[in-house]
Design a protein around this ligand. Structure first.
Ligand code: 8OZ
Length: 372
């Protein structure tokens, strides 16, 4: 018998079905950029250790992974477009599956959040429109200011949609259980959704329907490639991350979620504030995100600064089907067990978040068992 009280009556700790996936519990490991891929942006064996350590999560959503060289905006983030990358990921999915876990990959194109130093041939980053982000990027030379991106030609968009579909096929070849399309946090698909970054006058700009077009085309292509029951989408309707904004986000995200619901995809993953930070109080443009949950009949994953109590309360009130934890999963590989037994969480070391070796990555201990 465990000496710890077993406060696991919440169905947070019970199995759940998400599309084609049967999950052991409703706790999700959120996608977390850690910048530890190897040469050629190939996932490493150390990454396999890291993910396998966290396989108790009902579902792992991998760190954001570029669908093409053009989709890259940070040093040492993994890709999912080359044979070597697929082989590297296969070791990771095998390691997670060997421990009974489930893992989907987050498909990423950063758009304007990049730098010529990170692009093939020193090319300009691409975006819906030539609007410069306010911010800096870590390149090989240190911190550099972001640049004014090149507006994508209409003729280039089918190629990007095709890259999403190919990346999804690659993901299944690499053993993933599915994919999450990253349409949050100010990256390419979010840049199309918002009127601060999308000034286009063609079929991909202007109206809400036009601004959502690239997201929905990418979703349709990914669904056609691997099946709707293995596809999810992440959105961050009230975030200002990566200098993103919209004059009126509610109709944009209402339409996008209605359209995603009509496609019957497996899950919708909502960042309920600004990613990476504390939960933020509402801004003047914020709206009731509960509306999006009500519009989407399949699995709704909530994220952003959740504590154990908040997660249990969200389940009790049916405000979400699953809860994604980000930073707590970094410093607590056994987060599910710690939440189940309501024991303290280990603090995060921020200096080792991005880049580096096993320190602050695979060396966070699991809790001493009460029986030991
Ligand atoms: C932190 C650092 C680098 C990338 C996101 C992919 O915000 C990211 C990211 C976060 O979605």
């Amino acid at each position: 018998m465990s000496a710890q009280p077993n406060n696991d009556t919440s169905d947070l700790f019970q199995p759940a079905r998400v599309g084609a996936l049967q999950l052991a519990n409703r706790i999700v490991m959120a996608p977390l950029t850690r910048s530890r891929a190897g040469a050629g942006d190939v996932p490493t064996d150390l990454m396999a250790t890291y993910y396998a350590q966290r396989a108790d999560a009902g579902l792992i959503i991998s760190e954001a992974s570029q669908i093409s060289p053009q989709g890259k905006g940070y040093i040492q983030t993994p890709g999912i477009y080359s044979a070597e990358q697929i082989a590297g990921w296969k070791k990771i999915t095998d390691a997670v599956h060997a421990k009974g876990g489930k893992i989907v990959i987050q498909l990423w194109h950063v758009g304007r959040i990049s730098h010529p130093a990170l692009q093939e041939g020193g090319a300009l980053p691409v975006a819906p429109s030539a609007v410069k982000p306010n911010g800096w990027v870590f390149t090989g030379k240190g911190k550099e200011d972001m640049v004014t991106p090149r507006a994508l030609e209409l003729s280039e968009l089918p190629g990007i949609v095709a890259d999403y579909a190919q990346a999804a096929r690659n993901a299944l070849a690499a053993g993933f259980d599915g994919v999450e399309i990253h349409a949050a946090n100010g990256y390419l698909l979010d840049q199309f959704l918002r009127d601060k970054t999308n000034l286009r006058t063609d079929a991909y700009g202007g109206s809400v329907e036009n601004r959502a077009r690239l997201l929905l085309e990418a979703t349709d292509a990914v669904v056609a490639a691997i099946g709707k029951e293995r596809v999810g989408v992440r959105l961050s309707p009230i975030s200002g991350a990566n200098d993103i904004d919209d004059s009126n986000p509610e109709p944009v995200f209402t339409y996008a979620v209605e359209q995603l619901a009509a496609r019957d995809i497996a899950f919708l993953h909502i960042v309920e504030g600004n990613t990476g930070g504390e939960r933020v109080p509402g801004r003047p443009t914020d709206f009731d995100l509960g509306k999006l949950r009500r519009l989407f009949p399949n699995a709704y994953i909530a994220n952003n600064g959740y504590t154990r109590d908040m997660a249990i309360a969200a389940r009790a009130a049916d405000r979400a089907d699953l809860i994604a934890f980000g930073r707590p999963f970094i410093s607590n590989p056994d987060l599910v067990e710690r939440l189940r037994h309501d024991v303290p969480l280990a603090p995060l070391q921020t200096a080792t978040l991005y880049g580096g070796d096993e320190r602050g990555y695979t060396d966070y201990p699991v809790r001493e068992s009460a029986a030991a």
